[in-house]
Design a protein around this ligand. Structure first.
Ligand SMILES: Nc1ncnc2c1ncn2[C@@H]1O[C@H](COP(=O)(O)OP(=O)(O)OP(=O)(O)O)[C@@H](O)[C@H]1O
Length: 224
């Protein structure tokens, strides 16, 4: 594989301190990414750049490759060609939630927080701040399988932010949110940009495109 074809990402050293760090400044550069599944070409020569403090919405018809593109950016799927460069720590909020129904929300925060060296108490405190911004008060003992779908999705977003990512990848993250939480979510995107993060949101909601800085329409593969 030629150097230019490799997926490269900068991986930060593990946090040595359990204290809460200041927000990461991040950026994402995608160049000429092409991907097929078998004979089916899903992405052709996709390029874009999300600098620190900017947000990008990825839109397009069902099956045009939005989730595949995000998985490539997250390093979960390899492109056939092209490069992805991630500056800063990466946070990925997948469409299929990686939650364990028999654990509580606090267990999840402690679990994800360990990746950054946070104590359970610090992880719950930090997670509670994100949750509060989504108008959610984290229940102490309820197992995740007993939460509503929208509430599980809030936990999905909250755990994503526990790594204090510089680059935030969100795949239709507001599914099941009530209207107020949905508006809160877009307010959070603004806040994350103000903090210097680079934010990518896969969305079908075209009337919200004025909430982001840039739009990548995979049906056309151009950045407006
Ligand atoms: N692991 C896989 N193996 C084979 N085909 C796949 C795989 N993952 C996705 N596909 C196919 O690739 C195409 C793009 O899928 P993808 O999920 O990226 O689209 P999408 O734009 O996110 O769709 P949606 O808007 O419905 O969520 C689809 O035709 C899908 O069936």
């Amino acid at each position: 594989m030629a150097a230019d074809d490799a997926v490269s990402r900068s991986v930060p050293a593990p946090a040595s301190s359990p204290t809460i760090a200041s927000p990461q400044v991040g950026g994402l550069e995608v160049r000429s990414v092409t991907k097929s599944y078998g004979r089916r070409r899903v992405l052709t020569d996709v390029s874009f750049h999300v600098p620190a403090g900017r947000s990008l919405a990825v839109v397009g018809a069902n099956g045009c490759g939005k989730s595949t593109l995000l998985k490539i950016c997250a390093g979960l799927v390899s492109p056939d060609r092209g490069t992805v460069r991630v500056h800063g720590r990466l946070g990925y909020c997948p469409q299929e939630m990686g939650l364990d129904g028999f654990l509580t929300s606090e267990d999840h925060l402690a679990w994800f927080g360990r990746g950054r060296g946070l104590s359970r108490r610090a992880a719950v405190a930090e997670g509670s701040r994100v949750a509060a911004a989504l108008d959610w008060s984290i229940p102490r003992r309820q197992q995740v399988r007993h939460l509503s779908g929208g509430t599980r999705q809030k936990l999905n977003v909250t755990t994503t932010m526990l790594s204090d990512p510089g680059v935030v990848l969100l795949d239709e993250p507001y599914q099941g949110f009530d209207h107020g939480s949905y508006l809160d979510f877009w307010g959070l995107v603004d806040q994350w940009c103000d903090e210097g993060r680079a934010v990518v949101v896969v969305t079908h909601l075209l009337h919200e495109l004025n909430r982001v800085h840039d739009v990548l329409d995979l049906s056309r593969t151009e950045v407006d």
